[in-house]
Ligand binder design. Structure first.
Ligand code: FAD
Length: 719
């Protein structure tokens, strides 16, 4: 995507030594701490001033080159992975404290400064910036602003957003703006500071940050309470918050998490649900609150309660909580951790924790649960072996269930890690119509989509001039005009397919051009076999007649990675679509892509067609049944015709052997109630040789004994 003159331009801006295309540098910026696949950028650039960033963005915007800011790379949701390649803006060299305004309790910093380093320098002035993420030793202030990170102290002190007063932001076109002021509060216009906080580098690059600070507390005390059961522990947390206690942290570890922490940190905590609480303030206030907490915990049947006020004892007790994620990681070398960080209203926290355990048991995958309980933020780590696609799929599904449940409880998909790649598919469920407002803001600030493309929104893509060009042109030969929304959907579909395929081997066809022609276009060609009145209205000569009172019911047998069912659904948004797929990993992908594309009324059945054919809710119900690259026509007919309603249609794309297959399937068609309507030749750009659509109509009921038992149609085809 970048050419030599782009590199030369970047070198002219920041100096040759600050631009690298070395493999080691590209690899170091290809993956964060998440489980996603790495993706190489084209180049890494180290700016050292706002002016550098502005000049780089101006050039990138003109040339439509993706730009991804990168600070500590410690994100857990793929937030800084450059999925579209392009430029990594590595912020490490912009790590200075620019000004400490001690009298106002404020500090002005560059984005690359690490959280712990900032607080170490503020401590000598008796000040600090409280959010305290678990990654405090690597997370930078820029990354924290971009993810709206928080941490253990959010329950009392809030998250990053609550401390940002002013930002200098470089917009995607290179314009530099300042948002906010040094005033502690303001009612002046829209809150643009809050807009940029949590925008994950999708709206611009933050180059200077003014934070408000607080004074270091006089005294800190820590308590650890141990419970027999999770319900007791979550009851105690609820009572603590409800009764007006103000812990500066209140953290929960489930029994499994305590177990691995003991193992890895050499601790000897009782391996049952454990609560860690911290109070700060004056000595008497800390003591009073610790005592009150003891009473509440005892009422909730705690079996042990220990207090530590000396710094050393506190550190020892907190080690378990601080190192929880690391301990889990070390306990499962070579395995994948799928992270979650849902957040729910505090009254539903206990229910949420119980649900996680239920999902773990039901799905048979190990899920650790721990987190910032006081503000309803629950972290989960789902442990799977990536080389076992079935287990991996179960792990993904389990994590999805947890997130969906949290949203149903009035919560959010992510309390502090951000959306990145991992939570995009839940944005529609969580935000509904307001997602479109967010999208409009993104479009206003970044009309060319260069800033961290592919993040937050389920279907953002880089607005290149040649998006899905082959598909758009090829579709014209089918009489279809694809609009920007269709092209965006197909582009997203391609990106997800390409990315998932690297793990799951869903298809052998992966190139951008090949997927457009051999998957998308080939799938869309099925529309040519629809009766005129059912064709999508984008086909110019359509007479929009309804064949029946209800909308079109479609079913795709052996959908694989979704072909032809999903391209058809994209073009027929009103239709009901059922996808039948027997392979677990493909089912997981199908459910994922349906969510990412925001397709309504799509059912994904993890089943064999022979079984679905006997289910009353599916048998002889569908107006249109398709099957592509599934089996010989005689076999496909036995899968499809039992599902097709009387008067409905079966469409099967085939290659050069179509006529031969039709001949060999005569008996099957007659026996199953089908009749041949057409073997329609289709010539598609980008696909060598001729393609055919075998079109069958359902003219008689299929005898009840069909389809035969799973596996029999392919072993003994009706010929
Ligand atoms: C062990 C561990 C524990 C963690 N615990 C917590 C926790 O308790 N709480 C929590 O919130 N998170 C936690 N995290 C997640 C992560 O550390 C935080 O989200 C952190 O703030 C990311 O900062 P970073 O500097 O690493 O940013 P990066 O990962 O480099 O980037 C984060 C995002 O910000 C964008 N970005 C970076 N710099 C800029 C900039 N200058 N302008 C605009 N956009 C920018 C990037 O493009 C990316 O989208 C944890 C991670 C780990 C590995």
């Amino acid at each position: 995507m970048l050419n030599d003159s782009d590199i030369a331009r970047l070198e002219a801006i920041v100096g040759q030594a600050n631009v690298s295309v070395r493999k080691a540098d590209l690899e170091a910026h290809s993956i964060d701490e998440s489980w996603f696949e790495p993706h190489l950028p084209d180049v890494v650039v180290w700016p050292s001033s706002t002016e550098h960033i502005a000049a780089i963005l101006r050039h990138a915007n003109e040339r439509r080159i993706p730009v991804v800011p990168w600070s500590g790379g410690s994100s857990l949701e793929g937030n800084p992975i450059p999925v579209h390649g392009g430029i990594i803006l590595a912020m490490y060299r912009m790590d200075k404290i620019l000004e400490i305004r001690e009298d106002d309790l404020q500090v002005v910093v560059q984005p690359g400064i690490v959280y712990d380093n900032l607080n170490a320098q503020l401590r000598r002035l008796g000040l600090y910036f409280p959010p305290a993420p678990g990654s405090a030793d690597v997370a930078t202030i820029g990354g924290m602003v971009a993810n709206n990170s928080s941490g253990m102290r959010a329950v009392k002190y809030g998250g990053t957003r609550d401390y940002v007063l002013k930002l200098v932001v470089v917009l995607p076109n290179g314009e530099v703006i300042t948002v906010g002021s040094n005033a502690r509060k303001s009612s002046s216009g829209y809150d643009l500071v809050s807009l940029f906080v949590g925008s994950e580098g999708t709206l611009g690059v933050v180059s200077e940050i003014t934070l408000r600070l607080i004074g270091l507390p006089e005294k800190v005390g820590v308590a650890v309470a141990v419970f027999d059961g999770l319900n007791d522990a979550t009851d105690a947390i609820y009572e603590c918050i409800r009764s007006g206690l103000t812990p500066s942290a209140i953290e929960l570890l489930d029994a499994a998490t305590v177990r691995v922490t003991n193992q890895q940190q050499g601790l000897s905590l009782r391996e049952t649900p454990t609560l860690f609480a911290e109070f700060d303030g004056s000595e008497s206030a800390v003591e009073e609150q610790l005592e009150f907490l003891r009473e509440l915990c005892e009422e909730s049947h705690c079996i042990d309660f220990q207090v530590a006020t000396s710094a050393e004892a506190r550190e020892k007790l907190w080690a378990a909580r601080k190192e929880a994620r690391e301990s889990i990681k070390q306990s499962h070398p070579g395995q994948t951790m799928i992270s979650g960080d849902v957040c729910v209203p505090i009254s539903r926290f206990g229910e949420m924790v119980a649900f996680v355990h239920e999902v773990s048991e039901r799905s048979g995958v190990l899920i650790y649960a721990f987190g910032h309980a006081g503000d309803g933020n629950l972290h989960t780590e789902t442990i799977v072996r990536r080389e076992d696609p079935e287990e991996f799929a179960r792990g993904l599904r389990a994590t999805e269930e947890i997130i969906e449940h949290a949203i149903d409880l009035g919560g959010t998909a992510t309390g502090e890690h951000g959306v990145g790649l991992g939570k995009r598919q839940f944005m529609r469920k969580e935000h509904g119509a307001s997602l479109e407002v967010m999208r409009a803001i993104k479009h206003l600030l970044d009309p060319n989509g260069i800033m961290n493309p592919g993040k937050i929104f389920p279907d953002t893509y880089l607005r290149r001039t040649n998006v899905m060009e082959l598909l758009r042109e090829g579709a014209k030969t089918l009489g279809l005009t694809l609009g920007p929304k269709h092209l965006a959907a197909f582009e997203t579909y391609y990106r997800e397919l390409e990315s998932w395929n690297r793990r799951f081997n869903l298809t052998a066809i992966t190139g951008y051009e090949d997927v457009q022609c051999k998957h998308f276009l080939d799938s869309l060609s099925c529309l040519l076999a629809l009766p005129q009145e059912d064709k999508p209205s984008v086909i110019p000569d359509t007479v929009p007649l309804q064949r029946s009172a209800r909308r079109l019911w479609c079913l795709d047998v052996g959908s694989g990675a979704g072909f032809p069912g999903l391209p058809l659904k994209i073009m027929l948004p009103e239709a009901k679509m059922t996808l039948v797929e027997a392979t677990g990993k493909k089912v997981v992908f199908l459910r994922h892509i349906v969510q990412v594309l925001g397709l309504q009324d799509v059912e994904v059945l993890h089943a064999r067609a022979e079984d679905v054919g006997h289910m009353p809710e599916h048998r002889e119900c569908y107006d249109l049944v398709t099957a592509r690259a599934v089996a010989h026509l005689a076999v496909v007919a036995e899968y499809c015709l039992p599902l097709c309603r009387l008067g409905g249609r079966v469409v099967v794309p085939k290659g050069e052997d179509a006529h031969e297959e039709v001949q060999a399937a005569q008996r099957a068609l007659a026996e199953l109630g089908g009749t041949l309507v057409d073997v329609k030749p289709v010539s598609l750009p980008g696909i060598p040789g001729r393609r055919y659509l075998v079109v069958l109509d359902k003219v008689a009921r299929t005898p009840e004994n069909y389809p035969r038992r799973a596996g029999i149609p392919s072993k003994r085809p009706l010929r």
